[in-house]
Design a protein around this ligand. Structure first.
Ligand code: ZN
Ligand code: ZN
Length: 131
């Protein structure tokens, strides 16, 4: 992936240290909810408010930098939008794991892949059962 600064610029947003820190944190965590993101960012930018963070999250989603993963009964998680993939979500421990199309889940689509803008598939299960 290109540098984080270019990643933000290329999506038409002004580069600010806060935005770079947010994208860096989301990238490092893979999937993260707003509370954990806030905790991380606050270490570096103690003056930042949750409202500012939310505003940036909304802009990131609108401009296509990140996507949200809705998890029933839990906080929405966010991830960088660099590839289309499905998610396995554990109902017990709330773990979110990426599932690439083709390696563990095979999908037969009757429309051309070029016509797909966005794929959102969540597969729910319990990853804690056999531990
Ligand atoms: Zn993911
Ligand atoms: Zn689990």
């Amino acid at each position: 992936m290109k540098s984080l600064i270019n990643f933000i610029k290329d999506h038409g947003l002004k580069v600010t240290p806060q935005r770079v820190a947010m994208i860096k944190t989301i990238k490092a965590n893979g999937h993260i909810n707003i509370d954990d993101l806030y905790k991380n960012i606050k270490d570096e930018f103690p003056a930042i408010s949750l409202a500012t963070l939310y505003k940036n999250i909304i802009q990131f989603i609108e401009k296509g930098l990140i996507r949200e993963i809705a998890i029933p009964n839990h906080k929405t998680q966010y991830e960088l939008k660099y590839s289309e993939h499905a998610h396995f979500i554990c109902k017990k421990c709330n773990l979110v794991r990426d599932l690439k199309f083709g390696d563990e889940v095979e999908l037969k689509l009757n429309i051309s892949i070029e016509n797909i803008e966005n794929i959102s598939i969540n597969i729910y299960g319990d990853c804690c059962k056999n531990i």
